[in-house]
Design a protein around this ligand. Structure first.
Ligand code: PMP
Ligand code: GLN
Length: 385
C-alpha cells in the first residue's frame, strides 16, 4: 500500500468495530464488543459534568492531575498493599490502550522479544511489532486455559525483554492462579525481564476469587508495570481514562513515551475518576456481585439454547462452544449467522488468536440489563431449536 507502514497496512479492522457495525446494521442485540449498557455511577458523571462547566479545561499536568495520581496510589495501597509514589511512579493515560502502547514504545528495542499468552486482547501484537519487537505466543487451551510451564519456558529466549500478562483474562475469562503467577515470577527474575500486567478487570472476579497483582510478589515490584482502566471499574468505557503504576526508573521512560503519544487526558474526566476511586469498598464488591448474577443468568440461557458454556472466573465475558450446531465456517461464520438470523451478536474467539487455532468458541459480553440478556437467550433458543 502506497506510503503506508506495512504492519498497519496489513491489519484488518478490529473485530469489535466489525461486529458492532454488523450488529447495528441488523438491529441485533450486541453482546459482542465489551461495554455495559448502563452508564456507571451518576455521582461520578456529575463530578465530570461540573468540572467541565466550572473548568479549568486546559492541559492538565503531563502525568495526570495530582488528585487522580494520589487516588490511584491510595487505591493500590487499599486493595493490594502496594505503595507507589504518586509523583514518580504513576502516570494517567487515555485508556489502558494508550498505557499499553506507551509501555511498548518506552521499553522495547528492535529485535526484543515479548512473551504473551493467547487468546489475547487484539491491540497487543500490532503495537508490539510496531515498536520493532517480536511477539512469542504461549497458546492456552480451552476449556481450562491453564498455563503449561513447559510452553512458557520454551517461549523464553536470550532476547526476551518483556512478559505481558492479562488477568483476569479477556477473552478467556480466567484468573491466573498463585502457582502460575509464581512460575511467571521465577521466569521474569531468572531472565531479568519486565512484566507488563494488563489488570483492567482487576475488580471483576467471581465466586470469592481475589485479584492478586504479580507486582505484590517477592522481587516483582521493581520489574512490574501495572495497567488499569476506569472504563471497566466504573462502567464508563467511553471515557478512556487509564493509568500505569511502576518503579520510578521504568516509569521515567514510560512518561517520555506518554508525553508524545497523547501528552494528557481530559481534566474533567480525571477529576471524576479521582472522586470515583475514593468510593467505599462495597462499591467494588457490589459491582462484582451484580456481574456474577448476570454471568449466571446468561450462562443458563445459553445452556438452554444448547451451548456448552465454558467456566468464567472474571471479566464480563463468557465463552460458548458452537460445536453441537455443526455450522460450517467456524466461529466467524457462526457469529455472522446469529447476528443476521437470530438477532444476537457475539465475537469469534479466533479473532484473539495469532498462533494457535481455535474456531469453535464465541464470546458473549454479559454486562447488560437483565431483560436484554433474557431477550438474547430467548432469541438464540428459538433460532437454534
Ligand atoms: N486490555 C484489555 C484486556 C481489555 O479488554 C481492554 C478493554 N477494551 C483494554 C485493555 C482497553 O481498555 P481502555 O478502554 O481503557 O483503553
Ligand atoms: N475490550 C473490549 C472488548 O474486549 C472492547 C475494546 C474495543 O472495542 N476496542 O470487547
Amino acid at each position: 500500500m502506497r506510503h503506508c507502514n506495512t504492519i498497519m497496512a496489513n491489519l484488518g479492522t478490529t473485530v469489535f468495530e466489525v461486529m458492532s457495525r454488523l450488529a447495528m446494521e441488523h438491529g441485533s442485540i450486541n453482546l459482542g464488543q465489551g461495554f455495559p449498557d448502563e452508564d456507571g455511577p451518576r455521582d461520578i458523571r456529575q463530578v465530570a459534568a461540573d468540572a467541565l462547566v466550572e473548568g479549568p479545561n486546559q492541559y492538565p499536568p503531563m502525568t495526570g492531575l495530582a488528585e487522580l495520581r494520589q487516588a490511584i496510589a491510595a487505591h493500590a495501597h487499599r486493595f493490594y498493599g502496594l505503595d507507589y509514589d504518586w509523583q514518580s511512579e504513576i502516570v494517567v493515560t487515555s485508556g489502558a490502550t494508550e498505557a499499553l502502547a506507551d509501555c511498548f514504545l518506552a521499553l522495547l528495542n528492535p529485535g526484543d522479544e515479548v512473551v504473551l499468552m493467547e487468546p489475547l486482547y487484539d491491540s497487543y501484537p500490532p503495537m508490539i511489532e510496531r515498536a520493532g519487537a517480536i511477539p512469542r505466543y504461549v497458546t492456552l487451551e480451552p476449556p481450562e486455559w491453564e498455563l503449561d510451564p513447559a510452553a512458557l519456558e520454551e517461549a523464553f529466549t536470550p532476547r526476551t525483554r518483556m512478559v505481558l500478562l492479562n488477568s483476569p483474562m479477556n477473552p478467556a475469562a480466567r484468573v491466573l492462579t498463585m502457582a502460575e503467577l509464581d512460575l511467571i515470577r521465577r521466569m521474569c527474575i531468572e531472565h531479568d525481564v519486565v512484566c507488563l500486567c494488563d489488570e483492567v478487570y482487576e475488580h471483576l472476579l467471581f465466586d470469592g476469587l481475589e485479584h492478586r497483582p504479580i507486582a505484590s510478589l517477592d522481587g516483582m515490584r521493581e520489574r512490574t508495570l501495572r495497567i488499569s482502566s476506569a472504563g471497566k471499574i466504573f462502567s464508563l468505557t467511553g471515557w478512556k481514562v487509564g493509568w500505569i503504576e511502576g518503579p520510578a526508573d521504568l516509569m521515567t521512560a514510560v512518561m517520555k513515551a506518554h508525553q508524545f503519544v497523547t501528552f494528557t487526558t481530559a481534566p474533567n474526566l480525571q477529576k471524576a475518576v479521582a472522586y470515583g476511586l475514593g468510593k467505599e469498598t462495597t462499591y467494588y464488591t457490589d459491582l462484582a456481585a451484580a456481574l456474577q448474577g448476570k454471568r449466571d443468568r446468561l450462562a443458563s440461557g445459553l445452556a438452554e439454547a444448547g451451548f456448552p458454556v465454558l467456566p468464567c472466573q472474571g471479566t464480563y465475558f463468557i465463552n460458548a462452544d458452537i460445536t453441537p450446531f455443526g455450522v460450517a465456517g467456524g466461529d466467524e461464520a457462526f457469529c455472522r449467522l446469529i447476528t443476521e438470523k437470530a438477532g444476537v451478536t457475539a465475537v469469534p474467539v479466533s479473532a484473539f488468536m495469532r498462533r494457535g487455532s481455535i474456531d469453535n468458541l464465541i464470546r458473549f459480553c454479559f454486562c447488560k440489563k437483565d431483560d436484554v440478556l433474557d431477550a438474547a437467550a430467548d432469541r438464540l433458543q428459538r433460532f437454534l431449536a
